[in-house]
Design a binder for this molecule. Structure first.
Ligand code: BGC
Length: 349
């Protein structure tokens, strides 16, 4: 079968090649791939800056934002042939740590987790993949191709889950405003889930984009194509930082209302020093009971939250997030940024 592979650590080593059929050791559920979403992590892997092949191998089948149709499954596996499904990305560490032991692999404590298409496990970027029945998520057929958004939405769902748990440390917590920095796919999905919670939502993005402006206003949210310094006086109750841009991360710290919550979702490369008045930041955060937290990955409950959020969303709006499809034969093109791209998918159908 054809698969999208890379040699982790080596830039631009991506190719489409014939590989062996998925081994049964990957799981009893056989899935035919329909589409694969690509994200910043895939770009990092293809650039040779992230990613690990399985032990003893040099190449990794890339792809962690999956969507496919079940071809075969055990009778008691919870899914059956014909079902639309996505695969969970992370697998618990082998120890397991206390978090992985209770199914919270997204909170792994020893870093020995593995991730399909990212860390030491082949991904979903192949014509077929196999998966364990308890790492499959059934997708409502009405979502269609938008089901490929479940994985990125699961990451956002975890961010919401944790932000709300933190908020409820105070019995009086009633957030009203949300600021999302970055209107990429993760930012837009954070906006969607904020709007579903009835919040007044503002979105900051450094580029003016009519497509994004329309998507954001369709949710009743407000788009600002400018820097945080221009939003003087606006201090949101919740701030979701989805750019991973070091300058934006610095600017969002201490920028919330008292009791505010800053959630860092975007991953940053090391090596960016900034001047920061830590004394002022600390005083603000202490006196205002502010929180800053980071979040990554998702466990099964977050995939379920994601499925529900997408189910409640306007399907036409979701489909508009998928702005480009590239055939598998040209998959590396999917990783080249083009103006107005939001979610680009590799089409296996
Ligand atoms: C994926 C996560 C993963 C993270 C770090 C993200 O792109 O969506 O599932 O945990 O990369 O590898």
């Amino acid at each position: 079968m054809r698969a999208l592979t890379v040699a982790p650590g080596i830039a631009h080593s991506g190719r489409l090649e014939d590989v062996a059929d998925p081994p049964r050791s990957d799981g009893t559920v056989l899935v035919r791939t329909l589409a694969l979403g690509v994200c910043g992590t895939d770009r990092e892997i293809v650039a040779g800056r992230y990613g690990w092949a399985p032990p003893g191998e040099r190449r990794l089948v890339i792809g962690h934002e999956s969507l496919g149709t079940v071809q075969e499954a055990p009778a008691d596996g919870g899914v059956k042939a014909g079902d639309l499904v996505v695969g969970i990305v992370r697998r618990p560490d082998p120890v397991p740590c206390p978090a992985c032991a209770v199914g919270e692999w997204d909170m792994c404590r020893n870093g020995r987790y593995t991730e399909r298409g990212i860390k030491e496990r082949h991904g979903y970027g192949a014509e077929y993949f196999r998966i364990e029945h308890d790492f499959v998520i059934k997708v409502d057929p009405s979502l269609g191709i938008a089901g490929v958004l479940i994985e990125p939405t699961s990451v956002v769902a975890k961010a919401w889950d944790h932000a709300e748990r933190i908020g409820h440390r105070s019995r009086s917590w009633q957030p009203k405003t949300l600021l999302v920095t970055g209107a990429g796919p993760v930012g837009l999905l954070a906006v969607l889930m904020g709007a579903q919670r009835g919040l007044e939502v503002h979105v900051l993005d450094h580029n003016e984009s009519l497509t994004k402006r329309r998507l954001i206003s369709a949710l009743g949210a407000i788009y600002h194509a400018e820097g945080l310094e221009n939003l003087t006086g606006f201090k949101p109750d919740i701030l979701m930082e989805c750019t991973g841009a070091p300058g934006v991360v610095r600017d969002v710290l201490g920028h919330t209302a008292p009791g505010g919550i800053v959630c860092l979702v975007g991953v940053t490369a090391p090596g960016h020093d900034f001047d920061l008045d830590i004394g002022l930041l600390n005083r603000t955060m202490v006196l205002d009971n502010d929180t800053v937290f980071g979040t990554v990955n998702a466990n099964r409950s977050h995939y379920e939250m994601a499925g529900e959020a997408l189910q409640r969303a306007d399907k036409a709006w979701l489909n508009r997030l998928i702005t480009r499809r590239e055939p598998a034969a040209q998959w590396t093109k999917a990783l080249e940024r083009q103006p107005d791209d939001i979610k680009v998918i590799v089409d296996f159908s």
